[in-house]
Design a protein around this ligand. Structure first.
Ligand SMILES: [Zn+2]
Ligand SMILES: [Zn+2]
Ligand SMILES: [Zn+2]
Length: 360
């Protein structure tokens, strides 16, 4: 709802990728149908037959990396049993206009925690900092290992509603021979913005989120029509990171986490910043879990690809983590129009998230 409680209905343009837009429609009638709640997530600590639970290491492909060690691991990385991309691409069907790129790459699973059903906000911050360190180290290794790798995507599906097929908490890393389309669009658009205004659009959006204040007066009567308050999109703020509710959020509870200082590449993160990212992440996830109630989500990292083609995107692109809670299923309208429908105004959602009281 907007401030005077009239339903909001507007198409919001994504400031970073203007070809993408979202229909914010808060009237109940527009609510996408959701017949039943998503299947509940598994909250058990240990499951005897789970391949990712400690003691069952023999049930998974070999360990790639274990932290701190293989016997007493807190985080463990293995090959994916059913990789979407692999060392031996199965191609050869390209013909005429039907061109293809070999499905070369690597697909790995990071078992985030030895505890089976633990949620991110239940993990301690030191553990989360360790997990981000594992993402960073493995991404760097994969880029260094093969020049055909154009992008290394780190992501997490949590809960059946987010497509997680194994209940044990885990993340995934996919090293790809192409740069994902959505990231490519962000890179090109932010480069264009930088060339035009000499400013990183992400930095400008952070500045706006932190300091923007405006009063809109009625043109005829001169009365105040609307006040936009300071920080209305800020969900959480740390020393080095900020969690923001995007103005054109595709998902009702979507939140992005960005470093406050400009940096295009997640791989540059310092240990001190990593600790703060862990804190901002834990607190943001705790807010989402409280508001949504057992939040199920996808998150992924968008960072500068290690590719010559994007070398001049450094000044204009700002790495970020996108968290997309899954509370509804895309409908035919969304698939057919490419227009996401968001039924909660991002301003409202941000306020609800901020109002959750957390332990310090
Ligand atoms: Zn398990
Ligand atoms: Zn920036
Ligand atoms: Zn992104």
């Amino acid at each position: 709802m907007s401030e005077d409680n009239t339903p909001l209905r507007e198409i919001r343009i994504n400031p970073i990728v203007p070809s993408e837009s979202v229909l914010v429609a808060t009237a109940r009638a527009m609510r996408p149908r959701k017949d039943e709640d998503p299947a509940p997530r598994d909250t058990r600590r240990h499951v005897e037959r789970c391949p990712f639970c400690p003691g069952n290491e023999a049930m998974t492909p070999p360990t790639i990396m274990a932290v701190p060690n293989e016997e007493n691991w807190r985080i463990r990385m293995v090959e994916n049993l059913y990789p979407v991309l692999g060392e031996t691409p199965g191609g050869g069907l390209a013909f005429g206009l039907q061109q293809a790129i070999d499905g070369y790459g690597r697909h790995e699973v990071i078992i985030d925690n030895a505890s089976h059903g633990i949620a991110i906000h239940e993990m301690d911050e030191a553990h989360l900092a360790l997990l981000f360190g594992v993402y960073r180290d493995r991404m760097a290794q994969l880029y260094a290992s093969d020049t055909r790798i154009r992008y290394v995507l780190a992501f997490k599906n949590f809960g059946p509603a987010a497509g997680a097929s194994i209940a044990h908490t885990h993340s995934q890393i996919i090293a790809m021979p192409v740069v994902p389309e959505n990231l490519h669009n962000e890179l090109l658009n932010s480069r264009q913005h930088y060339q035009k205004y000499n400013q990183c659009i992400f930095c400008s959006l952070i500045d706006e989120a932190l300091t923007f204040e405006a009063t809109i007066y009625d043109r005829v009567s001169g009365e105040i029509r609307r006040k936009i308050s300071v920080g209305q999109y800020v969900v959480e703020r740390g020393e080095h990171f900020i969690a923001i509710k995007p103005f054109a959020s595709r998902y009702e509870w979507e939140v992005h986490i960005l470093p406050l200082q400009h940096d295009s590449d997640f791989l540059n993160i310092t240990d001190e910043a990593r600790a703060d990212l862990a804190r901002v992440m834990r607190r943001t996830m705790a807010r989402l879990d409280a508001v949504v109630g057992g939040v199920q989500y996808n998150y992924f990292l968008h960072s500068l690809p290690r590719s010559e083609a994007y070398a001049d995107c450094q000044a204009g692109f700002h790495w970020h983590l996108e968290i997309c809670p899954r509370t509804s299923i895309p409908t035919g309208f969304e698939l057919g129009s490419g227009l996401f429908v968001n039924t909660i105004s991002p301003e409202d959602a941000a306020q609800q998230l901020r109002e959750v009281s957390l332990d310090p």
